[in-house]
Design a protein around this ligand. Structure first.
Ligand code: SF4
Length: 412
């Protein structure tokens, strides 16, 4: 629903042209966020409700939506909680197995609803324990989801996709080369978690990072609902400390996120100055670093223990000098931060190379000596193209329009 304000570089107005809000201030961003939120909410039921011929996919509904739907069917609100538990906690898709629901309700559910999970068409295990699933969506679109167990086997992190492809054109990212088709539905996002939880069996899923294909904040409402489902006690019971949203820096949506969620925040930074970030992460041309960091500070305001995780991919000769490490120290000195250094994972068609292990070590030492909690991440799953920045799926690209929009500063 967001469109660029034609009058100012930082404006936003709702699609119907109801209001124009000038940004470049916290209040402006928050007002814009509210307008977008109301507009999207009004459209939700029209989009989510099935036509007479269609069955509603209950995987698409978070708890409030499920309660509204079940009440509209003539049943009590508490049935929504029973359904939620069967679908997400127990992984049951067959209504006849939901034994604490009345026969009449089960019969009605069979008529009007379904639990439709994306189809796994390929499972690829990596030699390091990482697992990649390729999921078939409609027609020609496929997405990828990656499970990353740690070496103890106690921590199982799922990297979840939010869009079919991505329109943001980050230069170091393989997904960007695929173009963009569409946002994922709630069912397609939470379906990735549903699948991983089932396949893990007894070993629980412990963490989710919204860091797969796509920019999660460009699919705001569906991502927020899916993250809510991840956190429900009756569903996957993940605490807010174990769900992380990673963004390339859609600043207005960050202000909006603060109003509705308090999951952990990660930011794809990758450069210590605007000139280089404009090149590596083109959305920076629209929302430069100073505005992004201000939004990050706002997001964690009020909780002294919270930190933003800044992701920094290490590219040989591009962003990995000592001077750039010191610039990063100065840049992040006013934001409670953790820094993740990620070895660049090459993909076909890129000219970039990963920094040498020695360079990465020296870079990280500068950050550590300056007092930053700094992790030099190990590459995981690169033998199955499941490492950071390597997810591609299959995207029927519709992004010429999107890419042109971004180049003229229209996306975000
Ligand atoms: S890094 Fe993320 S935001 Fe950038 S193009 Fe890749 S998927 Fe999109």
């Amino acid at each position: 629903m967001k469109r660029d304000c034609p009058e100012t570089a930082g404006g936003i107005r709702c699609q119907q042209g109801v209001a124009t809000v000038h940004l470049r201030s916290r209040a402006g961003y928050r007002r814009a966020a509210l307008i977008v939120s109301i507009s999207v909410t009004l459209h939700f039921f029209l989009e989510a409700m099935p036509t007479t011929a269609q069955k509603i996919n209950l995987l698409d509904l978070d708890l409030p939506d499920l309660e509204n739907w079940i009440v509209a069917q003539g049943y009590k609100r508490f049935h929504a909680r029973q359904l939620l538990k069967w679908i997400h906690k127990h992984g049951v898709t067959d209504f006849d197995r939901m034994t604490d629901l009345s026969k009449a309700l089960r019969a009605q559910l069979r008529e009007t609803a379904e639990v439709r999970v994306p189809e796994v068409i390929l499972e690829q295990p990596s030699s390091d324990g990482t697992r990649k699933w390729v999921l078939q969506l409609d027609g020609h679109n496929r997405i990828e989801t990656v499970l990353i167990p740690d070496h103890t086997g106690r921590r199982n992190t799922l990297c979840v996709s939010s869009q079919v492809g991505c329109a943001l054109e980050c230069r170091f990212c393989s997904t960007a080369r695929q173009g963009f088709n569409r946002n994922l539905s709630v069912a397609e996002i939470i379906g990735q978690v549903w699948i991983a939880a089932r396949r893990l069996g007894e070993r629980p899923l412990t963490n989710v990072v919204m860091m797969g294909m796509g920019e999660p904040l460009a699919n705001f409402d569906n991502v927020v609902k899916a993250m809510n489902l991840m956190q429900y006690e009756l569903a996957y019971s993940l605490s807010k400390h174990r769900v992380t949203l990673s963004t390339s820096g859609v600043v207005p949506a960050l202000y909006r996120l603060k109003e509705v969620s308090d999951v952990c925040l990660a930011v794809s930074l990758h450069a210590p100055d605007d000139a280089l970030r404009n090149e590596l992460v083109p959305i920076n041309r629209k929302y430069p670093i100073a505005e992004l960091l201000e939004a990050c500070r706002y997001y964690i305001e009020g909780d002294k223990r919270r930190k933003v995780t800044f992701e920094y991919v290490m590219i040989d000769g591009v962003n990995d000098s000592d001077q750039q490490a010191r610039a990063l120290v100065r840049l992040l000195s006013r934001v409670p931060s953790k820094i993740n250094l990620i070895p660049f994972n090459p993909f076909p068609g890129t000219d970039y190379r990963c920094s040498s292990p020695r360079r990465m070590e020296q870079f990280s030492q500068i950050l550590i000596k300056a007092g930053f909690v700094t992790t030099l991440r190990k590459t995981r799953g690169d033998d199955i193209d499941a490492a950071c920045g390597q997810l591609v799926g299959q995207v029927r690209d519709r992004s010429r329009r999107q890419l042109v929009g971004l180049k003229s500063g229209a996306r975000g």
